[in-house]
Write a protein that binds this ligand. Structure first.
Ligand code: XMP
Length: 508
């Protein structure tokens, strides 16, 4: 598939450039500023390059433009810092602007230029810069955009290099999409990047690499590992062994739902191994939240290693790593899907497998799209986040089987009521926490001394910040009533009304 790549100079909007191109069906990846001509030669069907914005001025920053890339003879678009880099190469001068521009700005453009084709002569764009650019007379260079101070905010050079001082990738720029479509046409890039094409390509690639060997995968119950499993299953069928480590810290019926969905409906070969006693044993007497997390993480890895060692004929380990995981860890770019094992997700180095990460070029919403194409239901694909350590961090204090059972029953009632009342699309995360406080109550004529349970319902976009969900009192009363009446061991319900910050979403 034709590709337009993005070179990363550190702007906060970089991911948006990749997103824009992908949303317009052009395959795109981000590479670090050290990206070389030799690396570029290895990319098949490379049709264009975008130099991103940056967080500094070209005069201060050490991140430079690798002029060797011009030998590729593909169109290059420089955005903001990227435009300054191209200007520098074209012997332009970078000066301090009369006025820094942050935010909306009206510009006038030459709509005979291909990058502004079919756009009006004047429109609003999103600026974020404090420099201006000026050029000596240069016959091949055209000034194609100016701001209201008559400063240059866009140029083209031989219809192959383009510079825009504003950010076309940001939604606040008018005709953002059209500018990208124009650049895609300038690059002559075919718009073939669609998720069903991606599935076909990936299936072909996995088949070729895996041959008749076997692949092992840890199915966590989350979306990423599930979609990864289905993609591999489509490619290699029962050569895939999916392992579900049951740590006993899952929600009620989680294991049964997993069996129903993946084994019965989607015909995956899933090995379910019950290690719940081992987890409880290792967690016995532990009350410190960080220690609990460490024990759960380590025990998980020990169990997975133990199960994987049972198979002598497995050559590959599959993981549902996403593009954001890779870009965030600073690796960027794209390499082949299969490579030697590296230490991801805390798995030990001595696992003797090569690693397969078929989703590692995708964003979460693209993974969901593929999940849908492969037959996963929307309820599963859009389910609320669930932390890796599971209910282990929702039982305050020591974790015991009795406490876990109480929490599972209460949480099941909350989830059922949220669903029945159609609140699941309005609440980002909803769960119960078993506090370690026992309080006095009265039931019938009898005094009780049972646990207080906290209900946590939050709205959020990404989990970084959150607000408590304003639940209708009648619904809340029904949930509380059902829990105290139906779950033995609870006689008091608290509704958490703190936001994040200052609280966190989870309690431990
Ligand atoms: P906090 O409690 O930090 O949670 O406000 C933010 C989001 O992250 C989830 N979370 C975790 N997810 N492993 C995970 O996979 C963890 O250890 C973990 N801790 C918190 C939490 O459920 C919320 O969505």
């Amino acid at each position: 598939m034709d590709k337009i790549i993005v070179i990363d100079y550190g702007s906060q909007y970089n991911e948006l450039i990749v997103r824009r191109l992908r949303d317009l069906n052009v395959e795109s990846y981000m590479y670090p500023s050290t990206f070389s001509y030799e690396e570029a030669l290895k990319i098949k069907d490379l049709k264009g390059i975008i130099l991103s914005g940056g967080f500094d001025s070209v005069s201060n920053s050490s991140l430079s433009f690798n002029e060797d890339l011009l030998k590729l003879n593909v169109p290059i678009l420089g955005i903001c810092y990227g435009m300054e880099l191209l200007s520098f190469y074209l012997k332009g001068k970078i000066n301090k602007a009369k006025n820094s521009e942050y935010g909306r700005s009206l510009i006038n453009v030459d709509n005979n230029s291909l990058i502004f084709k079919a756009l009006p002569r004047s429109f609003n764009v999103w600026m974020s810069h404090s420099d201006s650019v000026s050029f000596e007379d240069e016959p091949n260079l055209k000034i194609i955009a100016k701001n209201q101070n008559n400063e240059v905010v866009g140029f083209s050079y031989k219809d192959n290099l383009y510079g825009l001082l504003f950010h076309p990738e940001v939604n606040n720029t008018d005709f953002s999409k059209e500018i990208f479509l124009n650049f895609i046409s300038i690059c002559n890039a075919k718009r073939e990047y669609k998720m069903d094409n991606f599935v076909d390509l990936m299936v072909k690639e996995i088949k070729e690499e895996v041959g008749n060997k076997k692949v092992i995968l840890g199915l966590s119950g989350g979306v990423d590992s599930a979609v990864c499993a289905l993609l591999l299953h489509k490619a290699i069928g029962d050569q895939l062994i999916s392992v579900f480590i049951d740590h006993g810290l899952n929600r009620k019926f989680e294991k049964e739902e997993l069996e129903e969905r993946f084994v019965k409906k989607l015909h995956l070969n899933v090995l379910i191994r019950d290690f719940s006693e081992l987890f409880l044993d290792r967690l016995s007497g532990v009350t410190d939240p960080e220690e609990k997390r460490k024990i759960i993480g380590k025990t998980f890895i020990d169990c997975f290693t133990k199960v994987s060692n049972e198979f002598s004929d497995v050559s590959f380990l599959a993981q549902g790593t996403l593009y954001t995981d890779i870009v965030e860890s600073g690796k960027g770019g794209i390499s082949k899907v299969i490579k030697s094992h590296h230490n991801v997700g805390g798995l030990p180095k001595d696992l003797k497998f090569k690693l397969i990460e078929p989703l590692k070029t995708l964003y979460k919403d693209q993974v969901r799209e593929i999940g849908k194409l492969l037959g996963l239901d929307e309820e599963f694909l859009y389910r609320q986040p669930f932390p890796g350590p599971g209910l282990g961090i929702r039982v305050i204090g020591e974790i015991t089987k009795e406490k876990l059972d109480i929490l599972k029953d209460a949480d099941y009632i909350l989830r059922s009521e949220v669903k029945t009342n159609h609140l699941d699309n309005s609440i980002w995360q909803y769960f119960c926490v078993l506090t370690n406080i026992k309080t006095v109550g009265v039931m019938g004529d009898n005094r009780t001394y049972n646990y207080a349970l906290s209900i946590r319902c939050v709205t959020s976009i990404d989990g970084m910040t959150a607000d408590f969900y304003r639940m209708d009192y009648d619904i809340l009363a029904k949930i509380a009533n059902r829990i105290v009446n139906e779950v033995k061991g609870i006689n008091r319900i608290l509704y958490d009304v703190t936001s994040k910050p200052p609280s966190t979403i989870e309690y431990e």
